[in-house]
Write a protein that binds this ligand. Structure first.
Ligand code: DQA
Length: 141
């Protein structure tokens, strides 16, 4: 049976392609999902793709992943830097977690340098643009 990877996206990522394209690029989240689905099928993986602007919705999706997912790729967006709730939910998930950022957060404002998620994640990617989503799948092949 192929592995199921949950791909979770936090607030404002629904605006990908329109929001600060000089930082996040011109691809939409739907484009990212389509490319990931193609890449996943070449790697023999399945993905569940999800975005929410709400912290609690992301927490509940991580709870759902506890029962279903072999791994999580998460771009927690701004919640990266603020959310103990998302960290706690990920700590209750037993399989590997990859944290992903489109931009290189370490090159940006100081408040983006701290991540609550990084100490839980098996791997962290930042600065590969939207290509990072496909690259992150390689972790689970
Ligand atoms: C982001 C970086 C975060 O600091 C920011 O709040 C985002 C997106 C990224 O993908 O580069 O919304 O996670």
């Amino acid at each position: 049976m192929s592995k199921l990877i949950y791909v979770l996206n936090g607030p404002n990522l629904n605006l990908l392609g329109k929001r600060q394209p000089e930082i996040y690029g011109r691809e939409t989240l739907a484009d990212v999902e389509e490319r990931m689905r193609k890449k996943a099928s070449t790697l023999g993986l399945e993905i569940e793709f999800f975005q929410s602007n709400y912290e609690g919705a992301l927490v509940e999706k991580i709870h759902e992943a506890r029962e279903k997912a072999d791994g999580i790729i998460i771009n927690p967006a701004a919640y990266t830097h603020t959310s103990v709730a998302i960290l706690d939910a990920l700590n209750a998930f037993d399989n590997p977690v990859v944290e992903l950022h489109i931009s290189n957060v370490h090159k940006r404002e100081a408040f983006r340098h701290h991540s609550f998620v990084s100490g839980r994640a098996e791997a962290v990617m930042a600065g590969f643009g939207t290509l990072g989503y496909e690259l992150a799948l390689e972790y689970f092949k």
